[in-house]
Design a protein around this ligand. Sequence first.
Ligand code: ATP
Length: 238
Amino acid sequence: MTTLFTIDDLHVSYGKVEAVHGISLELDAGRIVSVIGPNGAGKSTLLSAAIGLLPSRGRIMFDGSDISGLGVEDRVERGLCLVPETRELFGEMSVLDNLLLGAFSKRPNKAKRQALLDHVYKRFPRLAERRHQHADTLSGGERQMLALGRALMSEPRLLMLDEPSLGLAPLIVQEILSIVTSLRADGVSILLVEQNALAALESSDYGYVLESGEVALHGDSQALKSDERVFESYLGGV
Ligand code: ATP
């Protein structure tokens, strides 16, 4: 299996306060890797640094190249894509226009644009039905689908998802995560940040547990699920 993405000894600070203290992780092409951990563990900070929104120390490798010195645009150009916790949709714009914005950096011609839309609508039939509706009239689950659909419009090779289950009812969480796992079949690799540890481990191949800005544990998701420490701290064990 080829390694697609490597983070090596990453340090990230907010002003003088360091929030991420030397995190290393690896993601093989075509796999889903989850990052779990409590509030404030540094999960979102890790993703922001990975896409280049926050400056960091350490090395970030993507597809064999060192991308640590690149800005956000260049990282996106290479195939990285972040869906932030806030989803960042344009509420007053239609579903269709939100999707088209996702392809903006690719400047696709009309045929390519339609092909990308068709692909997203196939994955998310509900977005097709609601394509002329304003984004802010969508349900929470549909909004997350739109955020994912918009990300797919940029044809990412590595999709980084920050808490896709946030604020959603359990059934919708299952629906969203089963769509996420189905994206693997399209050749998209996924870094999945979640506070919902059980759902994340059930949807991923490998997992990292962050605590206080450091990797506390990592391993195959199945093994982590049955690890006593994970069970007690994150899966509601007593
Ligand atoms: P959550 O799930 O609550 O978002 P998290 O694991 O994603 O938690 P981060 O948001 O990455 O954690 O926060 C890691 C640490 O960095 C925390 O101590 C937090 O207070 C701090 N932090 C996050 N954002 C900022 C900021 N903009 N300025 C200063 N400190 C910040």
